[in-house]
Design a protein around this ligand. Sequence first.
Ligand SMILES: CC[C@H](C)C(=O)C(=O)O
Ligand SMILES: [Mg+2]
Length: 615
Amino acid sequence: MPAYRSRTTTSGRRMASARSLWRATGLVDEDFGKPIVAIVNSYTQFVPGHVHLKGIGDIVAEAVWAAGGVAREFNTIAVDDGIAMGHHGMLYSLPSRELIADSIEYMINAHCVDAMVCISNCDKITPGMLLAAMRLNVPTVFVSGGPMEAGRTTLGGVERATDLIDAMAASADPTVSDADVDALERSACPTCGSCSGMFSANSMNCLAEALGLALPGNGSLLATHELRLGLYERAGELIVELARRWYEHEDATALPRGIATFEAFENAMALDIAMGGSTNTVLHLLAMAGEAEVDFTLADIDRLSRRVPHLCKVAPSTGRFHIEDVHRAGGIVAILGELRRLGLLHTEIPTIHSSSLGAFIDAWDVRSTGDPAVHDFFRAAPGGVRTIQPLSQDRMHEALDLDRREGCIRDLDGAYSRDGGLAVLYGNLARDGCIVKTAGVPAEMRRFVGPARVFESQEAVTVAILEGGIEPGTVIVVRYEGPKGGPGMQEMLYPSTYLRSVGLDRSCALITDGRFSGGSSGLSVGHISPEAAEAGVIGLVEDGDVIRIDIDDRCIELAVDEDELQRRRAATDARCGPVWRPGERHRPISRALALYGRTVASASKGAVRTLDPVG
Ligand SMILES: CC[C@H](C)C(=O)C(=O)O
Ligand SMILES: [Mg+2]
C-alpha cells in the first residue's frame, strides 16, 4: 500500500521542526494525517484568463477541506501570449511551459505533497501543468478558469461576434476606419476567461476533458457563468477521493498515468482533429506523452488525421461560432458522442470522474441522455456584460443547438470534411514532419505551388507583409524561429493575420520551423522539422525556389535537386559550422533563453527538454 507522501514531513519525532513550520502555516493537530493537496493556481493580473483566479483557488481549497483534505495553495507564472506576441516577448512563451512544469515539480516534491488540483487556463499554463502531472504522477484534477465570452459589436450596421484576431486583422487593414478598429478593440475581449475562439487555451482545456483529467464542461462552460462554481467545488471534493483511492486502496486509475494512457491520447487527438484545434496541441500532446512515457508520436497523429472527420469548426476557422457555441451544442462530450457513434473512440478507459469514457458520454452527451439537469447545464449562455468577475451571471439559452447538419457540432453527414481539421505533412522540406490546421485552409489552397521568399525572423516577414513586399502566389518561408533557432519557437500570429489584413491570406502560403497561434488560419504550415538551426533543409531554401504543398497527399516538397542541396549544405556548414544560424539578425538572447535553446528537442518530439548533446 503506498504511504501518503506527506507522512515524510508530518510524522515522527524528528519531523518536529517541519511540523512546527506546517503549524505556522495554520495547520492544527487534527490536520496531520490528512492528505495534503496542493492548489496549483495561476492567478495573475497580466492575463484575462487568469485575472479572476484569486478567489477560485479559495473555492477549491474550501471543498478540499470539506472533503477531509488539507489544502495548500501556490501559484505558477502565466504568460499572456496575445500580449507577448509580435515582439521578443514571444520568445518566452513556449519556454514558460517548461518553467511552469518544473516549478510544480519543485513545490510538489520539495514538500512531499500527496495530490494536486491544477487551476490553469491559458496557452502554456494548461500544458505546463499537464506536463507536471504526467511527470509527477500524483493524483491530479484539472479545472481551468473557463473561456471568455465572445465579443459583440456592430460594424457597417451589422452586429457580429468578435475576438482579438478580428481586432488584430483590422488594425493592419487599410480599408478599416480608425473608428471600427477602436470598436473592435473595445469589444473583442469582453470578459475574464481564455480568448473565445478554438485558440490554444480553449483547445487544451477541451483536450483535458477528452483525456479524462478534467470535469465535464471544463473546456466550454464560460468563466462568467455561475454554473462553473460546481466544477470548482467538485474538483476540490474529487481530489480527496482520488487521493484515498490511491494511497489507501492502491487504485492506479486514480493517477494521471492511469488515466492518460495511449488510448486516452488517441481519444484526445481524435477530438482535436474533429474540432480543428490549435496546432500547438500537437506540440503539447507529444510533450505530455514523453513525460508520461507513453509511445504516442507524430506518426500516430498522422494516422488519426486521415480517418477522423472534421465535425466542429470554431473561430478563427469560421466567424459563425465561438467556444460558447460549442457549449450550447453540448460541449466537448457531444463531439465525443459523435466520435463514439463513428467508432472512433476508446470508450472503456476511465476518467477521473467516471468509470469509463463511455459512461461519461452516456451521462453527459445531450444526444444520449434526456437528463434535464444536463440539458440545462449546456444551456448556459453568455452574460453579454463586460466584467472580470467570475461566476457573475446566470443567463440561459432558450434551447440547445442540436442541429447536427448545419449547427456548431456536426455528425458525419454534416461534417466539413471526411478527414480532420489537422494534418501532418512530410517531404524533403520536413523529413521529421510538420503540422497544418486544415480547418483554416481555404479549399482552393489544399494544393499550392509557388516560389519561395525567405525570411530569417518574424520581425522581417512582418515588415515585408505590411510594406507590400509580398507577391500573390508566394510561399513565405520563415526560418531560424524553431525551438533552438529562435530560440523559443515563436508563434507567427502577426504574419499569418497580417496576410489577412492585406488580402493575401488566400493567395500566399506561410511555412516556418516556428509555430502558429491558435488564432492563425490560412495555409500556415508550422513545426517544420528538422529546423534550420538543426541543419534542416528549410535552412537551404533560397528565394525563388519552388515549393509544393499538398494537404491531401500529406506532402511538402522543395523542388531543388539533391546535388544543389548538397552544394548549399556545404556552403552553410562553411559559414556556420555544426550549429547553423541566420545570416544578418540582431536578437539579444538572454542566458535563460540560451539555456532553453541548448536543451530543447525538436518540435517533432514536442519541443521537450533534452539532455542529449546539442547538434
Ligand atoms: C488568439 C491567440 C492566442 C492568444 C494564442 O496565442 C493561441 O491561441 O495560441
Ligand atoms: Mg499562443
